[in-house]
Each structure stands twice: as structure tokens, then as C-alpha cells.
Design a protein around this ligand. Structure first.
Ligand code: GAP
Length: 436
């Protein structure tokens, strides 16, 4: 992880937030390569969940919502973690995760094991960030930054139904920011206080929920494979009765084997009619669905798929990172699936003379209109290849003496390091076919 975090900073994937002020705990900024990588992941998700299907609509609900939403959802009463403070070092820990924590003063021990530790009794701590709406800071104007995007979908379910041609079963998908005042965030962008979720809520007839749940489990695992994640590093974790969230009838996590252990990257939940039932009760508005085909009225059940965009981004980085020995030197490669690679191709004139820069510049601008590209004319060609390997660029197009005479360029593929000559007129099609 240390190597990856340092590469992410050096190459412009991820920076610590407000770094020049000493940083802000567990908040991160995406640099030029990181923003492209994360955007490609979100685009792949949107394409699979919305554009490729005719039973799912997209939504972009506001982050700020009516405070009653969070009472109905159960977050005001129950979105809490047990917190303990150490009176000696002032550090805070999750009472239920002390086993995994380290005493800041004596890292070989767990909190409470060092003679100087003085832990308080656990108290419940709500993870929602509070703020005030309007100029007056009083309890009547308290609102929350949403801790999940799902609620924006539930409160809009009838709006989407009434404004689209959908009938149950159908889904609503959304990508957006969520905020949690996590007590023990960490592991880089794995658990942060500000993050993005890619959530889809699928509304189904009660009784068909278990079947849909199984379908969504299969489709979601297939999606993670489709963005290039190593199947052997993905597994299912089923929530036992003690683990199930208050809303869930059944829940499975997709877990990935990170360097810090197996951890959740996405949850698939059968939420029953809990959410619509609660919003119906708290808003006083009927949220039942009338099925014209059968003349039945029912409150739909919901199958939810909920992935973290930042967590999936971290997963792709961890999964792609490798070090290899090549001709007695170590090369670091981010072997991203070409469809999510931040830069698709680099254009490299072999030398800065003999017409090569002019041809390279023209080809670069042609390619750049099609997909993100990078131009590099400094240093030995081997070093330039290594720089692109580290950025995860799948193709390097080298312009050499032959290019100027016959219009062909050398295309070097990142993983196998094989080289083929491609005519400049075929270059866009050649790369497009391979990056999706
Ligand atoms: N609507 C259901 C829901 O929010 P969750 O299991 O709490 O369920 C779903 O979160 C996903 O959101 C997780 O699998 C994870 O990918 C992401 N996520 C949750 N908390 C996060 C955090 N503090 N930092 C980064 N990602 C987080």
C-alpha cells in the first residue's frame, strides 16, 4: 500500500486534501490521472446500469434533503457507531473495532493495553454530518449531508414512474457524493469521510424479490470482472443475522482481497418494503404501485446494488499494480483494463529532428480528439515507456525515421511489450478497437 500511495501522489492520481495546510483527515483529492480513472469507472457503471438496459432510469438527486428523510430512513436514530476516547492521548476508536486498532503511544499494543491508556465508556456517535439551512444556527434549521444516495431515489420513485414509461419491475440509478463522519477511517481512499456512491434501487413485486436479488448478484459480480478485476481476488460475503442492517431481508457483499485483507467493495441488499413503507408513513403520501395488468396494489420491494466509486477506484489501482524485472531493471506497471486506463495512448517522437516532431504533433492532435492522449519527447525512449507503464497507458506510438518516409508508426503494447507497425491512417481505429 505504501508504494501504491506514493505512486498515486507522484503520478497525479490522488493527493491528500488541503495538503499545504497539513491535510484533512481522510479526505482526498483526485489529480489529473485519478479523475480520469474514476470517471471511466463511473462511465462504465452508468453504461452497464442505465444505457445498456431498458428497465433502469438515471437520477441526480440533491445532496441536501428534508431532515424528515433521515428520520424515516432510520439514520437519525440508528446510524451510529460506538465510540471510545482515550483520556491520555485524546485518540478516538470504534469500541467494536479495538481489536484492529493500535495504541498511538505504543503501536505494538491495542488501545487499552498500554499502562498509560485510559479509555472512556463507549458512547453512541451518529455518523451523519450536520449543518444548518439558512442564516440561523438553531435546531429547527438542522440538515444533514446525505450519508447514502439511496434515499434520494426512494423519495423520487413516483416522480420517475410518472414521468417515464417504466412499470414495476424497474430501477433507478444514481452516482453521487455521500458523507460519513467515520470514527476510524483509513487505508487511503478505502474508507473516507467524503466519497462517491454508485447506487441502483430496483423496484419489484413482493414475492419476486428473491429471484431479482439472485439476478443482481450475478450481474454485479460480472461487472467487476468486466472492468478487469482478477476474479480470484473477488468473493462473496453473506451477512449473518447479527450483521444485517435494520432495513435488510438479505445482504451479500462483494469483497476484494486488498493488501490489508478481504474487504467490501459493493453491497447487494434485499431491502424488502422497508424504505417505501417508512417514507409513506413519515410523509403521509401513498407510495403504493397500481399494477394495471393484474389490478393489484402493492408497496414494491427493493433490491439495491451499492458500490463505492472511490473504493472501486482503489481496487482497480491495487489490482493493476505490479513490479516486473525487465532486462535487469524493475518496471512498475499499472496494468489497467484498457477501457478504464486514464490515458489511452502516448505519442513519442524518437528524436526531436528530421520531421519527427512535426508528424508526432499532428498525430497527437488527431488522437487527442478521440481519447485522452499524452505527448512526451523528453529522455530516452525506454524511460518514456516506463513513465507510461507507471501511468497505466496501454499503447505507446513511437514516431521514427521510417514514419516520416512511409507513414507507419510503432505501436508498443504495455503488458506484453510487443511492437507492431501501424499506418497512421489506421491508428485511431487500431486503438479504438482495443480501448472500447
Ligand atoms: N445504501 C446502502 C449503503 O450505503 P453501505 O454498505 O453503507 O450501504 C455501500 O455502503 C458502499 O459504499 C460500500 O460497499 C462502499 O463501497 C461504499 N462506502 C461506504 N462507506 C464508505 C466510506 N466511508 N468511504 C468510501 N466508501 C464507502
Amino acid at each position: 500500500m505504501d508504494k501504491l500511495v506514493s505512486l498515486c501522489k507522484r503520478r497525479g492520481f490522488v493527493f491528500q486534501s488541503s495538503e499545504i495546510y497539513g491535510g484533512l483527515g481522510s479526505v482526498w483529492d483526485y489529480g489529473p490521472l485519478g479523475v480520469e480513472l474514476k470517471k471511466n469507472i463511473k462511465d462504465r457503471w452508468w453504461r452497464a446500469m442505465v444505457h445498456a438496459r431498458d428497465d433502469i432510469e438515471g437520477l441526480d438527486a440533491a445532496i441536501l434533503m428534508h431532515p424528515r428523510v433521515w428520520e424515516a430512513s432510520g439514520h437519525v436514530a440508528g446510524f451510529t457507531d460506538p465510540l471510545v476516547d482515550c483520556k491520555t492521548c485524546k485518540a478516538r476508536f470504534r469500541a467494536d473495532k479495538l481489536e484492529d486498532a493500535r495504541c498511538p503511544q505504543k503501536p505494538s499494543k491495542k488501545p487499552g493495553e498500554h499502562s498509560a491508556c485510559e479509555l472512556t465508556e463507549p458512547r453512541m456517535f451518529n455518523l451523519m454530518f450536520k449543518t444548518f439551512m439558512g442564516p440561523v444556527e438553531e435546531s429547527a434549521s438542522v440538515i444533514y449531508l446525505r450519508p447514502e444516495t439511496a434515499q434520494g431515489i426512494y423519495v423520487n420513485y413516483q416522480n420517475v414512474l410518472n414521468s417515464s414509461r417504466q412499470r414495476v419491475p424497474f430501477g433507478i440509478a444514481q452516482i453521487g457524493k455521500a458523507f460519513r463522519n467515520e470514527i476510524t477511517p483509513g487505508n487511503f481512499i478505502f474508507r473516507t469521510r467524503e466519497f462517491e456512491q454508485m447506487e441502483m434501487q430496483f423496484f419489484v413485486k413482493p414475492g419476486s424479490d428473491e429471484e431479482w436479488f439472485e439476478r443482481w448478484r450475478e450481474w454485479r459480480m460480472a461487472w467487476h470482472h468486466s472492468i478487469g478485476l482478477e476474479p480470484a481476488k473477488l468473493r462473496w460475503h453473506i451477512h449473518g443475522p447479527g450483521e444485517l442492517a435494520h432495513y435488510a431481508k438479505a445482504a451479500y457483499d462483494i469483497e476484494y482481497e486488498f493488501p490489508f485483507g478481504w474487504n467490501e467493495i459493493e453491497g447487494i441488499h434485499n431491502r424488502s418494503d422497508f424504505d417505501l413503507g417508512r417514507h409513506q408513513e413519515y410523509s403521509g403520501k401513498k407510495l403504493e404501485y397500481f399494477d394495471q395488468a393484474t389490478n393489484e396494489r402493492f408497496l414494491p420491494y427493493i433490491v439495491e446494488t451499492s458500490a463505492g466509486a472511490d473504493r472501486v477506484t482503489l481496487t482497480t489501482l491495487v489490482d493493476a499494480y505490479r513490479e516486473e524485472e525487465v532486462e535487469g531493471e524493475t518496471r512498475v506497471v499499472l496494468g489497467f483494463h484498457p477501457s478504464i486506463a486514464p490515458i489511452k495512448a502516448a505519442v513519442l517522437p524518437l528524436v526531436k529532428k528530421d520531421g519527427m516532431p512535426e508528424l508526432a504533433d499532428r498525430l497527437f492532435h488527431d488522437l487527442k480528439r478521440q481519447f485522452p492522449c499524452f505527448y512526451d519527447d523528453s529522455g530516452a525512449i525506454g524511460r518514456r515507456y516506463r513513465r507510461m507503464d507507471e501511468a497505466g497507458t496501454p499503447f505507446c506510438c513511437t514516431i521514427d525515421g521510417q514514419s516520416v518516409t512511409d507513414g507507419t508508426v510503432t505501436v508498443r503494447e504495455r503488458d506484453a511489450m510487443t511492437q507492431v507497425r501501424v499506418h497512421q491512417d489506421q491508428l485511431i481505429a487500431f486503438i479504438r478497437e482495443r480501448v472500447g
